[in-house]
Design a protein. Structure first.
Length: 202
């Protein structure tokens, strides 16, 4: 077994373990940290596939921006996760069905890849001036332009939803109005009381 295969299986094992911990961990912050580890492992797999641009984007965008934003949202929204977990068991049949279907599809793809004839030649090594970033840009903005725009719209909807969640009205929260603070005069804020310094005895 080659060194590249050993590194691939190591990254794949870490990725599977981290993905399982994401869905089984009770603490949402810990689940987010496990998801960060899975992103790093996936970036390592992309590096093995000589897709350096995708690996860097996965680390910078998802780990550096999306997951940090997710952690801030989880910690600031003050969501009661106990109430969310009350109806968790009702979703187990649907989730198990979807999971089994995904496993069957992955098994079919892997079995088809191993049982296919090996007559297909290996791809030629890339030339010195080859840029996978340029080829990825050509594919995204020509052949996959519409799916790329649909993904952009979905991300825009997610941004609007996140803003709507964070700007909800909460009880027992005091807000400051700078305009009203500027309009306040000194005589409205300070009142001088005249009181005798000594009390007369009766």
């Amino acid at each position: 077994m080659s060194f590249q295969a050993v590194v691939f299986y190591a990254f794949a094992a870490i990725l599977v373990l981290a993905a399982l911990r994401v869905i089984t961990c009770r603490n949402p912050v810990h689940a987010a940290l496990w998801l960060v580890l899975s992103f790093f492992s996936a970036a390592g797999v992309w590096m093995l596939l000589q897709a350096e641009f995708l690996a860097i984007v996965l680390v910078l965008v998802y780990v550096g921006a999306v997951m940090v934003l997710f952690l801030f949202v989880v910690m600031m929204l003050d969501v009661n996760f106990d109430k969310l977990r009350e109806g968790f068991r009702s979703y187990i049949p649907v989730g198990a069905t979807v999971g089994i279907l995904i496993l069957v599809e992955m098994a079919l793809v892997l079995i088809g890849g191993y049982t296919a004839p090996r007559a297909v030649p290996a791809p030629a090594p890339a030339s010195a001036g080859f840029s996978n970033t340029r080829m990825l840009g050509m594919q995204i903005y020509t052949e996959y332009a519409y799916p790329f725009e649909i993904a952009a719209v979905i991300l825009l909807v997610a941004i609007v939803a996140a803003i709507a969640l964070t700007h909800r009205k909460r009880r027992k929260t005091r807000y400051q109005n700078p305009a009203e603070q500027v309009k306040v005069r000194a005589r409205d804020r300070l009142r001088v009381l005249r009181m005798p310094s000594e009390k007369k005895e009766l």
